[in-house]
Design a protein around this ligand. Structure first.
Ligand SMILES: C[C@@H](O)[C@H](N)C(=O)O
Ligand SMILES: C[C@@H](O)[C@H](N)C(=O)O
Lengths: 163, 163
């Protein structure tokens, strides 16, 4: 099945916040994002992976202008919920392959990851949807990541990638 | 800014596979998803959160019919890359809020998480995009999750949620 890759996007205006060691029990996600939403903070990605030992990390990204406020909210909540801690990164690059038919995107994802690996760019986070495969990388590699992915996926004219 | 929630979806036909303790260095994601793509396995979600100590977990979901083949591929790769191990769950429920303007989805996400918390449904994984906030929950709660989210977001006629 053909997947149509229509573009590669780069967002260099994001900060990353991770609440470490959140109890993996009903209600914790709500206690974190309720106050974030109430503060009017615009969240882009939210990523939580599955846990094994009863605790997990929750990461979200915000526009860099919202980082300070997000940290104020999150540091308070982290104490209230007895999380292990809070980490953040002032600037990260979110790079995405955008396309259609991405439900069969294993091939697109694999190729994206290979292109980045060839440039020795470390993938910090991965999140996917039917129309997008997104990774977060160190902001200093954002431009390089976008350019090499653009060359790999879109330089052959059609933008079509056989998945 | 108004967010338009257009629907709540439930996918009960997914299995979850987690490769635990993957070295967080360039090339590992490619080594995992290359073979998965080559095997023609259809992947839905891919989730990797940020790591702190040089290793991270990578989780993906596949249609339940692909689980056995996915595990064959992954168990071999996990050894090759010296991952700590592989976990899987035969059936999980992926529940999503689908809408437009979800870049301001902190409010939608917070409300979704609160609705699930009120039913004591544990959120195992979270992944978001501009058009979707998706969670993975225990498959036995899939129907309940969908119904309560549908009632919360769509029963007031408009389907419009002030974010
Ligand atoms: C970690 C957090 O997502 C928790 N499992 C909850 O349901 O709220
Ligand atoms: C863990 C994995 O994503 C690794 N960081 C890579 O870049 O391949």
């Amino acid at each position: 099945e053909d997947v149509l890759v229509s573009g590669v996007t780069l967002d260099q205006n994001q900060s990353k916040v991770t609440i470490v060691g959140v109890e993996d029990a009903p209600g914790l996600a709500a206690r974190i994002f309720g106050p974030i939403a109430d503060a009017g903070i615009v969240v882009d990605m939210i990523i939580q992976n599955a846990s094994e030992y009863g605790h997990t990390d929750m990461t979200f990204t915000v526009g860099r202008d919202d980082l300070r406020r997000a940290l104020e909210v999150i540091e308070r909540i982290a104490k209230e919920i007895s999380a292990s801690g809070v980490r953040h990164e002032d600037q990260v690059a979110k790079v995405s392959i955008v396309g259609l038919g991405m439900r069969t995107h294993a091939g697109v994802a694999a190729r994206m990851f290979s292109v980045l690996a060839a440039e020795r760019i470390n993938i910090q986070m991965i999140s996917t949807s039917e129309i997008k495969v997104s990774v977060v990388v160190d902001s200093k590699y954002g431009e390089l990541a976008m350019r090499t992915l653009h060359d790999a996926f879109l330089e052959n004219g059609a933008g079509a990638v056989r998945a």
